[in-house]
Design a protein. Structure first.
Length: 229
């Protein structure tokens, strides 16, 4: 599966750097599902059910981060989102994580960095809700109201899953693409040299490790408590 994802990434990189016109089907990137449910990315849709994933290569100016809320990056409160705010949306996070096979810790990490758990957050460039999705991305994943926490989390989680598949399960690149756009990461082949993205990636990863470790510690305590004395 990793080889398949790497091949897809290589194909996407070739498409992004080719600079072709989007008037042709070959200049769009399609997300298709294989018979075993694995997402595949191609510029030539086959017989499988396919949807447009990336419509056109992004110019560098357009690929600059549009999804992260600036307030979430500068507000001191966003550095340590309160536990009660996380718990308020934990039901939706766990449901999306289970349905789409994405770690809850990663979803919580993105929400922490993007909106600090403000479901009404809106950026100057139109990103909305807990996971700061732009309307085009929300529509791609069927979210009609990005200010609705359940819809926002579900769409954002599906987007994260696709980014992980696109970049061969490389968490750093997937997180970078969430912030800067798929086209920018494909063009540079690494984390793009944007100051905000370079700060965003370690921030999300720090949240991710914190939440993952806390979850593991909690599970360990439950297991110890359930053992007969």
């Amino acid at each position: 599966m990793r080889l398949r994802a790497r091949f897809a990434t290589a194909c996407l990189a070739a498409l992004v750097t080719s600079g072709g016109s989007v008037a042709h089907a070959q200049d769009a990137v399609y997300r298709c599902l294989s018979e075993d449910g694995v997402p595949l990315f191609t510029n030539v849709p086959g017989d499988r059910r396919c949807t447009v994933f990336l419509q056109a290569p992004r110019r560098e100016a357009q690929a600059s981060p549009a999804r992260a809320t600036r307030a979430a990056l500068t507000d001191r409160r966003s550095r340590h989102p309160a536990a009660d705010r996380r718990q308020e949306f934990d039901e939706h996070v766990l449901a999306a994580a289970k349905q789409h096979d994405v770690e809850p810790a990663l979803i919580h990490a993105v929400i922490s960095a993007e909106s600090a758990y403000n479901p009404k957050a809106t950026s100057g460039k139109g990103a909305r809700g807990l996971m700061q999705l732009i309307p085009e991305t929300g529509a791609r994943y069927g979210a009609k109201d990005l200010l609705d926490p359940k819809q926002n989390i579900d769409a954002g989680t599906r987007y994260l899953k696709d980014l992980m598949a696109m970049f061969g399960q490389d968490l750093r690149l997937a997180v970078a693409a969430y912030n800067a756009g798929e086209g920018a990461v494909l063009r540079y082949g690494t984390i793009p040299p944007y100051a905000e993205t370079r700060a965003y990636v370690p921030r999300v990863l720090a949240y991710y490790r914190r939440y993952r470790d806390a979850s593991a510690a909690a599970q360990s305590r439950v297991q110890r408590a359930s053992r007969p004395s």
